[in-house]
Design a protein around this ligand. Structure first.
Ligand SMILES: [Zn+2]
Length: 104
């Protein structure tokens, strides 16, 4: 099973800060190929809501930080004190949400 976050790619391309990075990464094409390959390999591709606060929610304790600008890649949780890597934390939250959706 592969869990990804649904992204509003069209909307993100309108953001001058993100547009080049999103275009360079070919994110839409990546997702299309990932879905194709997952299906071909008999795997399940789960897309969780783009509105899930995956970056702002501590995967250790569930505490949600109020502000987290995109430029801030690491933060400390006020709930449990963990040092958190933004991307790894988001990936763990997306996986948890994906697994929860499958379990329902
Ligand atoms: Zn925490």
């Amino acid at each position: 099973m592969i869990c990804v976050e649904t992204l509003n790619i069209t909307g993100m391309l309108k953001n001058k800060t993100l547009a080049r990075a999103i275009s360079d990464a070919g994110w839409g094409e990546f997702l299309r190929q990932l879905a194709y390959k997952a299906d071909w390999a008999g795997r399940q591709l789960i897309q969780v809501s783009q509105w899930l606060p995956s970056s702002k929610t501590c995967h250790h304790c569930g505490h949600k930080t109020k502000k987290l600008p995109l430029s801030q890649r690491h933060w400390h949780c006020n709930g449990c004190g963990q040092a958190i890597d933004r991307d790894i934390n988001a990936a763990r939250n997306i996986e948890t949400a994906g697994l929860a959706g499958v379990a329902c």
